[in-house]
Design a protein around this ligand. Structure first.
Ligand code: ZN
Ligand code: ZN
Length: 367
């Protein structure tokens, strides 16, 4: 049975008095050109990856959406991840109805971050029998006050910070001198205001089925394996693997941008990706960016491995954090800057400093 609660009910249920969060809530948003204004029809592109398997590739937006994977089975549809807001999920749901009249029976949430689960409620309202599957850790993180950039407490946090962000955008608009900058800021303002409105009405739908180890689902002729391979981008990442179609859906444990490490476990992440590499697949539907070949896993893991080694070395040499951010950033740039800067979001230079800091805090200090 699916569960839909109001935010307040959930807060009470989880015993959360206040939303407390120490991370930058804007960490996953960015400044984008005016052309990137929210428009339903431009939110996703459904890319066929195998027979009946699609990557719903999200277009870059000021308020980011994750990719989704759509897997059509003999009697229904399984969707992996549900974006940052109900309107985005609704938009994808309409597209799914264009390819099949079967109901969406299952949602899998790869991890607890806001941009991967806040649209769950759309599928829950469309099908009261919907099953929402996630790892046990993800289910816990969705209600834990200090979990990171996702979950019920993070919705409360965003509701507090968004009005300030909106005021700031308004202020920047009045001070903007060039028409291009003004148009871009106005677009961002419209997106932020629309997002705030959606957040205020959000009825979070939490996982109804949790996993503590790898399971195989047999969905009317389609084998879908849900792998728990260890900690990576979060402590509860699920990898969705279709062995026959040789496709893996990774959430943000593999993306086509720079990784977001704040809620991650850098050294475990490398191990987990090595475990993932053992699976026989040809296509990756990543959490963000286009559908990728398996070779991207090697590139992405290489960045994490080299980043950890460089931070450890710099720390051992006595570099300050600021020296490390600059030094490691420059040191790894020839190998990774181009490949990690393909989109207007999550580019190498935007994130490498924070990545260095996160690795230093989580790994380097112990070295
Ligand atoms: Zn994401
Ligand atoms: Zn994430």
């Amino acid at each position: 049975m699916s569960m839909q609660w109001t935010r307040r009910q959930l807060l009470v249920q989880a015993g959360i008095a206040a939303a407390i969060h120490t991370l930058d809530p804007h960490a996953l948003c960015c400044v984008l050109p005016a052309a990137a204004e929210t428009a339903d029809k431009d939110l996703f592109e459904l890319k066929p990856v195998a027979d009946g398997v699609y990557g719903a590739i999200a277009a870059p937006r000021y308020k980011v959406n994750s990719n989704a994977a759509v897997i059509v089975t003999g009697d229904g549809v399984v969707v992996v991840d549900s974006h940052s807001k109900p309107s985005a999920a609704q938009s994808l749901y309409k597209e799914i109805q264009g390819i099949t009249n079967k109901p969406v029976r299952k949602i899998v949430n790869t991890h607890f971050h806001w941009d991967h689960w806040q649209g769950n409620q759309v599928y829950a309202s469309a099908n009261p029998g919907l099953e929402i599957v996630a790892s046990q850790r993800t289910r816990e993180n969705l209600t834990r006050p200090d979990a990171g950039v996702g979950g019920i407490p993070f919705i409360e946090k965003q509701l507090t910070t968004l009005p300030k962000e909106i005021d700031q955008l308004k202020d920047e608009i009045t001070r903007a001198t060039s028409p291009e900058v003004k148009a871009r800021l106005e677009s961002n303002l419209r997106q932020a205001e629309a997002y705030l409105q959606e957040l205020q009405g959000l009825k979070p739908a939490l996982p109804t089925r949790t996993l503590t180890s790898t399971v195989t689902l047999h969905e009317q002729g389609r084998e879908i394996q849900l792998h728990l391979l260890g900690r990576a981008h979060t402590d509860g990442d699920v990898f969705v693997y279709l062995p026959k179609e040789k496709v893996v859906v990774t959430g943000d444990a593999v993306i086509d941008w720079m990784p977001f490490l704040n809620d991650g476990y850098p050294e475990d992440w490398v191990q987990t990706l090595t475990a993932l590499e053992q699976l026989d697949f040809t296509h990756i539907i990543p959490g963000h960016g286009v559908v990728l070949p398996k070779s991207h896993l090697t590139f992405f893991r290489g960045y994490l491995t080299d980043l950890i080694a460089a931070v450890k070395k710099a720390a051992a040499d006595g570099a300050s954090l600021d020296e490390m951010k600059k030094g490691v950033g420059d040191q790894l740039a020839p190998k990774y800057e181009r490949g990690m800067s393909k989109y207007p979001l999550g580019q190498y230079r935007d994130r490498v400093g924070t990545n260095v800091e996160m690795v230093y805090r989580k790994v380097g200090k112990k070295a």
